[in-house]
Design a protein around this ligand. Sequence first.
Ligand code: HAM
Length: 419
Amino acid sequence: MNDVLPDEALVWQRFDDTARNVFERYGYRHLRVPLVEPTPLYVRSIGEHTDVVEREMYTFEDKLNGESLTLRPEATAGIVRAAIEHNLLHDRPLRVWTGGPMFRHERPQKGRYRQFHQLDVEALGFPGPDIDAEQIVMLARLWHALGLDGVALSINSIGDAPERRVHREALIAHFERHESALDENARRRLHANPLRILDSKYAPAQEAIAAAPRLLDHLGDASRAHFDALRALLDEARIAYTINPRLVRGLDYYNRTVFEWTTDALGAQGTVAGGGRYDGLFEELGGKPTPACGFAIGVERMILLLQAKTGEHASGLDGYVVHAGERAGAIARRVAETLRDHGAAIVVNAGGGSFKSQMKKADASGARLAIIVGDDEAAAGTVAIKQLREGGDQVAVPIVDVVARFAALNTTRDEYASL
Ligand code: HAM
């Protein structure tokens, strides 16, 4: 579980702002669900024979009443529970998003943590492939807004329950014939969750996996039509994708459309967002039949990608005010307040120090501009504005013109501050 330190938090905040803005432009509304739910909610929705439920959940007993509770490993189950409990879909479908920490007891490594964060988006009560496509298009817009271009889309259809049952039998029969090639985990799951074997990275199993029957080849008419329509809509939106017949996802509630966005810039933990359709989950949790589709973005992985892109100097600070002398100090504080009135982020040097040492702090602050007020400037009714990052030019500016000149000199702010 990680601390998020200020340099990283700034990138994080900008990512959040950009994502929220994109989601809201597609009509998604914010909601928040608890961090803790009764354990059976996750067992029933995510599935008993999944990695998450079998060994990754933080489950504990409520000492007051003995109830088994679990820190949320994901948000979809909680959102569906809330939608049923508050009858949120009584008159129309609903687009919602949420975000925050999720908890999975995984082996930590770069891009994989035990407390991690997701932005989670759900469209509840929509049967058609139009909404699946819209969510994918919305994500493409987000990557574009963030200036990320190395993120690739894979899609698949895992059909509906009856198709999966037939496929499941065929898969079990196939892997029984190749049992000696499977690792222990896969053997144990052979009868409980054979679909997950397709996800196995175990080298000796790859040949058997490649030859396994593909659900995509045995979709019923309705699932096939849904998948074809999704593809046509992605083509129409000029979204490039790969069909990956082995994409099955790690949670059991999915049907028909599943998709993932991946990058190869993060090593093994390259999936930055994943989701799909889950038409059976409402009924599974005691609600009315309600088709739905959603996805979640792994925020830490996005932050790693964005940090690699923006470098280390993103401080969010526009100006650092350096001053010496009583009169200069008063001018410095007044100028800073005026600039803040106009939206700029300004730090005024505190604790005194020579000009030289204050300028060092100004450099280290990551601000784009230094504003310098000394005795000479105070006497002349001016301040000096110095570029800290490009070229180092310094200009004298009359105090009355500071706001306009500062804004003009500060035009090249961080790329995505303006999004
Ligand atoms: P998921 O694929 O389990 O889906 O997680 C979505 C994303 O969360 C992953 O692609 C990854 O970026 C990030 N993630 C997962 N585990 C970790 C971890 N231990 N450390 C860092 N990042 C991680 C879901 O959770 C579904 N609820 C998505 C969904 C919403 N499907 C329908 N609606």
